[in-house]
Design a protein around this ligand. Sequence first.
Ligand SMILES: [Zn+2]
Length: 280
Amino acid sequence: MPELPELEVVKEVLQRRAVGRTIEGVQSIGGGSAILVRSLTQQRLEEAVTGAQIAAIERRGKFLVFTLKPDVQDSHLYLAINPKLTGRLQLAQPAEKRLPKTHLVFSLSGGHQLRYVDQRTMGQLYLAADLSHVPDYAALGPEPFNVSPGEFRERLTPYRGEIKGVLTRGECIAGIGNAYADEILWAARLHPYRKRTALTSEEIDRLYAAMQSVLREATEKVRVEMGEAIHREPRDFMAVHMKSGEPCPRCGTPISLIGANQRITNLCRTCQPGGLIKGM
Ligand SMILES: [Zn+2]
């Protein structure tokens, strides 16, 4: 699942490669647009974006937002992409073989294609004139890099549950998902299942510092390892997430695994003591 560091780098690449281009056409493969695209305007995707210029691309939480300028003066439209667990964007040459589960192909002026690939068709693309109408978007909490330690503490206060669950709630803090929550909690030496209400003031400060450093360092590593291959998700550098059984980089204890499927939690039981044991 792309989270803040990956989407930040995808945004940077697309700002260089796609902003200023015109969308010359959209091809929907296997009913892709019908499954994935929710139009909050009266228009279908193909008619709305064909001929429009990509004026800007920004990231907000786990959304990528394209500002489109259709060929009508002063109007604009947003394409907000929430890739969820399995959605990816890819830049490709037209002749390049399509990856399996490519659902949408945007042909850009200058010859490149921007493709939307989604193994399980879980992502959502919203076409909207007003971003506040996009589900889950308007309620997003602040970006981790825009929040002070004091604001962070205040944001956490209404949430009383397990700290990992709190960190991954977009309306509390935007952009953190399952993988980076594991990394941040390991860096902060906090057990993911400790209740927010049980954390001391010093532990909340540690959590804040870990969130800043983990997300900044990960963004730098992803930038190097991803390059222009924005459909890839380099994560080998992670300390604990998806590292079950490997030695903890800090103490050597084998990394533990709790949970199953897409919601697995990895942690070091030596560095991150406490918490209720569940799902074993
Ligand atoms: Zn450890």
